[in-house]
Design a protein around this ligand. Structure first.
Ligand code: GDP
Ligand code: IMO
Ligand code: MG
Length: 422
């Protein structure tokens, strides 16, 4: 079968974990293809709330093969903690979890470099999660990186030491204090722990699954506006978060991509630095933040909140080839008298445009809004589309007309069961 891809279309935290967990019973395989522990994917079901960082969100369904693909950067220490945190669920990881030997390792010194680079940027810092993502991808591209498969070969410790020496020579040029020894012991313990798992050539696992007509869901991390090529550069993450990244991050051909599920919040959020044209700095923004519990699942930082940005959403749909839209957190907007949607950008020179400018940061953008009446009604227990308030149906219809893509799932709460399939 073809591989369906699920991606965030905004700046991350759209609710990918919730939807992957909801859709998982339809799939034999769930695979992560990029990012690393910068991701925080929240799942809620049967009274449990769980945040996953590197492990795919299909892990709670016993019949599913979960794959960490070659495009991911893996922190062994966080991986060990994640696995230990799942102990009460009695998951058979030998049966259910496979890690690509080509997955890049995040070393403790990558995290130090992340912190040093951010410090050096001063007020222009990215607002990184400081999980070592950028430095690890940097080493991958520079052809210095260590991969999961390397831990099985002789000489790993020496290769580790050579790479850390390079990192230390960079750190020397930064005004940055650190203690590497303290973090190396847990790293090597975690490497031992990692050796016990299924470390595989996951491109074969994926393509064999395709050949044997298994159903596969690729789980994106971050969001399209954080994509290294098409996001709000340089305020982005260091991987391709888009559909194309699913091919390179798992070793599958573009012709094998099936549905592309694009997931977006009924409004927008962003955590970290960088431009955000529809950001709200007023009481409405604060109200959305409170109602939506908009605090980062990885770092706990408050998420900046604002109105839905249609030019950005259309852009994300375009670069990803989105075939179905899922709208999340519609329930959060129930508190508002009126709801705005940005339809166009008015630029500094007075022109009105639907295009995302080259430098979102430098451009003086005034969003042009269309206002909708709110529904002011609790929708968290609504079970089907027909029972939704008319104002919400109008809001959904407008987005569908504007984007030309059907909204096939509307999410009305964090729990697995608060999901409306159309
Ligand atoms: P991800 O990174 O895309 O998986 O999203 P996060 O887990 O970082 O953030 C989404 C947050 O919203 C989590 O706390 C979810 O439990 C919660 N959530 C997901 N869908 C809904 C929804 O429809 N309504 C509400 N109120 N919360 C939701
Ligand atoms: P999920 O998968 C939201 C943001 C960081 C920072 C920028 C770069 O949960 O949606 P990095 O750690 O990659 O160097 O940070 O990207 N960021 C995220 N924001 N959700 C995420 O993941 C994110 N992963 C990274 O806040 O602005
Ligand atoms: Mg998240």
């Amino acid at each position: 079968m073809k591989v369906d891809v699920l991606l965030g279309l905004q700046w991350g935290d759209e609710g990918k974990g919730k939807v992957v967990d909801y859709l998982a019973p339809k799939y034999n395989v769930v695979a992560r293809f990029q990012g690393g522990p910068n991701a925080g994917h929240t799942l809620e079901f049967d009274g449990h709330k769980h945040v996953l960082h590197q492990i795919p969100s299909g892990i709670f369904r016993s019949q599913i093969k979960n794959i960490i693909g070659n495009g991911v950067v893996l922190d062994p220490v966080i991986f060990k903690k994640e696995i230990e945190g799942l102990a009460k669920f009695e998951i058979d990881f030998k049966e259910n979890l496979f890690i690509s030997k080509k997955t890049q390792l995040i070393l403790p010194s990558h995290k130090l470099l992340d912190a040093a680079y951010e410090k050096a940027k001063g007020k222009d810092k990215i607002g990184s999660t400081l999980k070592g993502i950028g430095p690890s991808y940097q080493d991958k591209i520079a052809r210095n990186g260590l991969r999961v498969g390397d831990i099985l070969a002789p000489g790993f410790d020496e290769r580790y030491r050579n790479l850390v020496d390079k990192h230390e020579s960079i750190l020397k040029h930064h005004d940055f204090e650190y203690n590497l020894e303290e973090v190396e012991k847990p790293f090597f313990e975690a490497i031992e722990f990692l050796r016990e798992f299924n470390l595989v050539n996951s491109e074969y696992v994926m393509n064999n699954s395709i050949q044997s007509k298994e159903t596969i869901l690729a789980e994106g991390a971050q969001g399209s506006l954080l994509d290294i090529d098409f996001g709000s550069y340089p305020y982005v993450t260091s991987s391709n978060t888009m559909t194309a990244g699913a091919c390179t991050g798992m070793g599958i051909a573009p012709k094998n991509i099936g549905e592309v599920f694009g997931i977006f919040k009924a409004y927008c959020t962003r955590v970290g630095g960088g431009p955000f044209p529809t950001e709200l700095f007023d009481d409405t923004g604060k109200a959305i933040q409170d109602e939506g519990h908009e605090f980062g699942a990885t770092t706990g930082r408050p998420r900046r909140c604002g109105w839905l940005d249609l030019p950005a959403l259309k852009y994300a749909i375009m670069i990803n080839g989105v075939s179905q839209l899922f709208m999340m957190k519609a329930d959060v907007l129930s508190i508002l008298e009126e709801i705005k949607v940005c339809t166009h950008y008015k630029l500094g020179d007075g022109t009105v445009s639907e295009e995302i400018p080259f430098q979102l940061m430098d451009e003086e953008i005034t969003p042009v809004y269309k206002t909708f009446p709110g529904w002011k009604e609790d929708i968290t227990a609504v079970k089907d589309f027909d029972s939704m308030p008319a104002e919400l149906k109008d809001y959904i219809k407008f987005i569908e007309e504007q984007t030309g893509v059907p909204i096939t799932i509307v999410s009305v709460g964090p729990d697995r069961i608060q999901t409306i399939l159309r």
